[in-house]
Design a protein around this ligand. Structure first.
Ligand SMILES: [Zn+2]
Length: 277
């Protein structure tokens, strides 16, 4: 990526090295919202993580706000700045105003309005505090465990979580709240594929802003493919169970990302109206 001319966003909270006490969120309002995870994690497992975290201490420490100075912190802040510019423009086109989310960098464990987050869950977005949570160790995982290297692969991860925020602003999240059981998995897949498509929209404009290098698109497509439910299931349990998909197959994730990338149009991302995914 070429982010030299991109303004770094100040909407970053750096909680790295602060441990569990970090952050300004009380423990009271737990399990407010559905957390949309980047990886295919069973929502049931998440709830139990959240419940265990219910009795944390109330000690709080202010996390520094603003773009961190280190290289990774700068990269993340510039990518976030780029998503703000793009979504600001897209919202403006329909006479709406974009309210940017906050990106929280953490390591190990983090407290959010949605409960405790752990690095093992992968990056996530919490509707309750409108923040996206990223442990930078995931970027290393992306490279080694998922074999999806490259800065644009990392940027796609951020853009995907930002996309969940966009879904929150546009009211799509409510579709998750009313769904149960197996229905819920199906709604989840549509939500996730739409987020991939929205990440593609950001990629479309990033390309127009000359922020992409040759090979960047291939990096993102490779990442989308690496974290498809079918691929992850095969790796973890040796077989593929499509009914339990929560994020979509590798092929679907790549295809919807591409749709956003090529069109740059939110209406091209209506996975809820699509007959087949
Ligand atoms: Zn997601």
């Amino acid at each position: 990526m070429r982010l030299g001319n991109q303004r770094a966003s100040g909407n970053v909270e750096d909680r790295r090295g602060m441990g569990m006490a970090a952050g300004g969120v009380g423990v009271g309002g737990i399990v407010i919202a559905i957390i949309a995870y980047f990886l295919g994690i069973d929502p049931g497992a998440v709830t139990s993580v959240v419940e265990h975290a219910g009795s944390g201490s109330s000690a709080q420490q202010e996390a520094p706000r603003g773009a961190p100075a280190d290289e990774m912190g700068q990269f993340v802040s510039r990518v976030l700045g780029s998503t703000e510019d793009v979504w600001g423009r897209v919202f403006q086109q329909s006479n709406a105003q974009y309210r940017p989310p906050t990106l929280v960098l953490y390591d190990g464990q983090v407290r959010s309005a949605c409960g405790m987050g752990q690095a093992a869950m992968g990056p996530f977005y919490c509707q309750g505090d409108e923040k996206l949570y990223i442990d930078l160790a995931f970027f290393r995982d992306l490279q080694t465990r998922f074999r999806a290297p490259g800065d644009f692969a990392q940027a796609y991860v951020i853009a995907h979580e930002v996309a969940h925020h966009v879904q929150n602003l546009t009211g799509q999240f409510r579709k998750m709240e009313s769904a149960h059981g197996r229905d819920r998995n199906q709604v989840s897949v549509r939500m996730e594929l739409q987020a991939d498509c929205y990440a593609g929209i950001w990629g479309h404009y990033a390309g127009a802003m000359k922020q992409l290098d040759d090979g960047d698109i291939a990096e993102a497509l490779n990442a989308a493919s690496a974290i498809g439910d079918d691929r992850l299931q095969k790796q973890s349990q040796g077989r593929v169970v499509p009914e339990s998909f929560t994020h979509g197959s590798s092929e679907q994730r790549m295809r919807w990302f591409k749709r956003g990338l090529e069109s740059g149009q939110p209406r091209a991302c209506d996975t809820f109206a699509a007959g087949s995914l």
